[in-house]
Design a protein around this ligand. Structure first.
Ligand SMILES: [Zn+2]
Length: 102
């Protein structure tokens, strides 16, 4: 499958660091809430990451209902969904082109 150039998506950019941290959590399905050995919580306790950003990240994931996907994948799914009735990925590609022109 061809790369769609979604790396620049706002969501992926905004939460890329949390995705990276989440990958270091002990549990793959970590919710970064009360789990032991949570890399995200550890970073918050060290003052590197703010709790507000974690909350926004969790809210985004919850709203999107794409548990287990990282933010880049969520963005892809959203675009897929958005264009599923309009010819699918062909239109999505055009949309991305227009969007990245900004
Ligand atoms: Zn965690």
């Amino acid at each position: 499958m061809r790369e769609l150039g979604l790396e620049r998506s706002d969501i992926a950019k905004a939460f890329a660091d949390i995705d990276e941290l989440a990958a270091q959590c002990k549990f793959r399905d970590c919710t970064h809430d009360n789990e032991p050995h949570c890399a995200v919580k550890k970073t918050i306790s060290e003052g590197i990451l703010t709790e507000e950003r974690l909350i926004s990240y969790q809210k985004l994931k919850k709203e999107a209902k794409y548990d287990g996907l990282n933010s880049k994948q969520i963005e892809k799914e959203k675009i897929n969904e958005m264009f599923s009735g309009l010819g699918g990925m062909k239109n999505a590609r055009n949309y991305i082109k227009v969007k990245s022109r900004k």
